[in-house]
Write a protein that binds this ligand. Structure first.
Ligand SMILES: Nc1ncnc2c1ncn2[C@@H]1O[C@H](COP(=O)(O)OP(=O)(O)OP(=O)(O)O)[C@@H](O)[C@H]1O
Ligand SMILES: [Mg+2]
Length: 259
């Protein structure tokens, strides 16, 4: 097996008296989709924020490509190649897909000594990158606001990949989507993984995780039960670990069925 691109060892994160992470160790490999599962408040977002330079760990070690890292802020992590796509995407609905794609990285051309946004280049790249992800835009000028939620997620993912992400973190990319849109996003994740990028996929949904995950880590109240590979664990076991088996069994009993 190749070396991990990121190794998080014994990570703790305290917010005052709240212990959000209590000694979590996980390794992430290139070309793998690693699902991070857990109930509300389990520590999933805190964990990926620690990995992407938003939070400093209270304790523990972060290694990136074999070297110990202390990210001062998210820009350090982005420069290293760790990109995060949040559910509330940083996009401007009234602006075109192409403008959004290049936001913050505007290509410039010089005409008579003056700099202009290079529309042609931006449009060509946007159309071709979106096509690679299986989305045929009506045109590069199509406003982001007219895309579906799943297509918007795909724009954000394609953008991160185009600008050199080695690790792509997706925080609940499918939680607000319907079945078809979810399928599109999962197909996009599959394409990204096949390019050798390490995908970290956060979800509450065991079915979504099972559809694309190579490995699975469950967080429960800031701790992990460890990591399982595809084939080593059933959806039922994952679900039980997330909820704490007992609580779910009680709920099933009181509802007289399967939750
Ligand atoms: N900035 C913060 N200050 C104080 N407490 C925080 C902060 N961020 C998170 N927490 C606490 O840490 C715990 C873990 O939160 P976190 O957001 O990581 O959970 P999560 O697994 O992402 O949950 P969800 O599924 O609801 O998104 C919670 O108890 C939360 O209240
Ligand atoms: Mg969260």
């Amino acid at each position: 097996m190749t070396d991990p691109i990121i190794r998080m060892t014994d990570i703790e994160k305290h917010f005052g008296s709240v212990i959000a992470l209590n000694g979590v160790t996980v390794e992430f490999y290139p070309g793998e989709c690693h699902c991070l599962l857990g109930d509300n408040g389990a520590g999933k977002s805190t964990f990926i924020k620690t990995m992407s330079g938003v939070h400093k760990p209270t304790k523990g070690k972060i290694e990136f490509e074999g070297k110990e890292m202390n990210f001062a802020d998210p820009r350090d992590a982005i420069a290293a190649g760790i990109a995060t796509v949040y559910q509330d995407l940083a996009m401007i609905p009234l602006m075109s897909v192409s403008r959004n794609f290049f936001m913050g990285n505007e290509p410039v051309k010089k005409v008579a000594g003056m700099s202009f946004f290079d529309h042609e280049h931006a449009n060509d790249v946007t159309m071709s990158e979106m096509k690679k992800m299986g989305i045929n835009l009506r045109g590069p000028d199509q406003a982001v606001g007219t895309l579906s939620g799943g297509e918007r997620q795909t724009v954000a993912i394609a953008r991160a990949v185009h600008f050199g992400a080695k690790v792509l973190i997706l925080d609940e990319p499918t939680s607000a989507l319907g079945v078809r849109q979810t399928a599109n996003v999962l197909a996009t994740v599959d394409k990204v993984r096949k390019q050798g990028i390490a995908v970290v996929f956060i979800t509450h949904n065991v079915r979504h995780a099972m559809a694309v995950g190579d490995r699975f880590t469950v967080l429960n109240r800031g701790k992990t039960f460890g990591t399982a590979s595809r084939g080593e664990i059933t959806p039922e076991q994952l679900q039980d670990m997330m909820a704490g088996g007992e609580e779910l069994a009680t709920l099933e009993g009181s509802l007289g069925g399967t939750v």
